[in-house]
Write a protein that binds this ligand. Structure first.
Ligand code: NCD
Ligand code: ZN
Length: 456
């Protein structure tokens, strides 16, 4: 697809562009919200507006497949505007929003109501997951409405369906397979966790370490094993969220080799942080699954570099600071914000020569677009949407959560020195973030729905 207009809308010049054919110096021609060519400047068509990229790196707009935007009755933690501003500031053009909201997103009516509120507030492209509805028949309506996928929390199911029962889970997987809908899974075994919580609470001992011990590596491994053994010989689309142990990572990699249709993500906190942080920042670092040992962390890096990990997702899970500082450790909610730290953390590894830019773009854009069927996204090429993330690789800075757009102004990464900063973001050819400032209006983001699979 070329530029068949003599005057196009926008030309981005003096850029280093990460394409599928490597890094190209030159310019990007954009018309009607789409990329129409990537060429040396002298071959670009005339443009109504030209912007100089100052030699900065231009990446495909990044996609976060695990974002908790909250809003509705949890807007004190985050709302659709603050959360999607955090996305843009962090270099993400698209986020997929999680359904564990109040009220839960678990019916077509509730999804529709959520979309209606979000449409007036979002500034980034946003897709929505649903929880498993009380009746599996509701899944078809949810799919028709444009749910990006279905999410199940095996340790805390958020559904009336008895997903502890293998037969119920298997039937649900069959319905999802027939609908060609993806199931994303928080894989931790509920009974193992509940037993440990009961044991420690009865002993009336509590410390950040003890609370973390209630989610042992074995809880994740057991849940992953259970799901993988249920789907052998079948073909539902499954995506495991925030895998935190080497054992689960290798089980899923093995299942992929065997031809099962499974993918998985890891988070920056499981890649960069370890449980020793609990001694320093206490309950602030509570997250599910919890931070693990440094040896586990290093194993995840190996799996990221070899290519077996499909996606890095932020698991942006904002809570109010006073909730995170609750004096009863058992009452502290798990999770912390991640949208504004994920890209700089990974770029730092690129700057240190430990991670290739190609791999970064694969796990933050290309694979998320493929797995969640976001056609036209995830790649810089003619015909694709002009969703772009511009990065200054010379910029060094210290992570400072007080400057976050997220309402959750704290971070376990606070004080960390990073290299590489998102400086501009384009959404469909419109400049929506400039030098760290969001410059678009609430409601300017688009609600995304999965594309239909290619036929043939
Ligand atoms: C998430 C949240 O706060 O919604 N918390 C977390 O620790 N990861 C829930 C989740 O993604 O499991
Ligand atoms: Zn989860």
């Amino acid at each position: 697809m070329g530029c068949d207009h003599t005057l196009i809308d926008l030309a981005l010049v003096n850029a280093r562009i990460l394409t599928d054919h490597g890094l190209i110096k030159g310019g990007i021609a954009i018309n009607d919200g789409k990329i129409c060519s990537i060429d040396p400047e002298e071959h670009l068509p005339k443009a109504f507006t030209t912007i100089n990229m100052q030699g900065n790196l231009v990446l495909p707009g990044l996609i976060d497949v695990h974002t908790h935007l909250r809003d509705l009755n949890l807007e004190h933690k985050e709302d659709f505007y603050s959360g999607t501003c955090a996305a843009l500031a962090g270099g993400f053009t698209t986020v997929l929003d999680m359904p564990n909201t109040v009220p839960l997103t678990d019916s077509a009516l509730r999804l529709q109501a959520k979309m209606a509120v979000a449409s007036g507030r979002i500034v980034a492209n946003t897709g929505f997951y649903t929880c498993l509805p009380a009746e599996v028949t509701e899944l078809k309506r949810l799919k028709d409405l444009g749910a990006m996928g279905c999410k199940v929390y095996l340790h805390n199911p958020h559904t009336m369906l008895d997903v502890d029962d293998d037969n119920v889970l298997l039937h649900t997987l069959q319905v999802l397979e027939d609908l060609d809908m993806i199931l994303t899974i928080h894989a931790e075994d509920r009974y193992l966790i509940e037993d440990l919580v009961a044991k420690f609470q009865a002993a009336a001992t509590s410390s950040p370490r003890i609370r973390s011990k209630t989610h042992p590596p074995q809880a994740e491994v057991k849940a992953v094993q259970r799901v993988l053994s249920l789907i052998r010989g079948r073909c539902p689309r499954l995506h495991f969220c925030h895998i935190s142990t080497g054992k689960a990572s290798s089980l899923i990699s093995q299942a992929k080799v065997e031809g099962l249709s499974v993918t998985y993500e890891v988070t920056p906190h499981h890649l960069f942080l370890s449980e020793t942080l609990l001694g320093k920042v206490g309950s602030l670092a509570f997250v599910e699954p919890p931070l693990r040992r440094s040896t586990t962390r290093r194993g995840l890096w190996r799996d990221l570099l070899t290519g077996s990990i499909d996606v890095v997702a932020s698991d942006h899970a904002p809570h109010a600071l006073k909730e995170k500082r609750h004096s009863d450790l058992w009452a502290v909610p798990s999770g912390f914000p991640g949208l504004e730290t994920t890209l700089p953390l990974l770029l730092t590894m690129v700057a240190r020569g430990k991670l290739s830019l190609e791999r970064l773009v694969a796990v933050l854009a290309r694979n998320p677009a493929r797995i969640f069927r976001l056609d036209g996204k995830g790649v810089i090429a003619a015909g694709f949407d002009a969703d772009l993330t511009v990065v200054d690789m010379d910029k060094e800075f210290i992570i400072d959560s007080s400057a976050f757009y997220s309402k959750a102004k704290y971070s376990p990464f606070d004080g960390m020195k990073v290299v590489g900063q998102p400086v501009q973001v384009f959404l469909g050819g419109n400049l929506v973030m400039d030098k760290g400032e969001v410059v678009s209006k609430p409601g300017s983001g688009t609600i995304l729905r999965p594309s239909l699979p290619a036929v043939g």
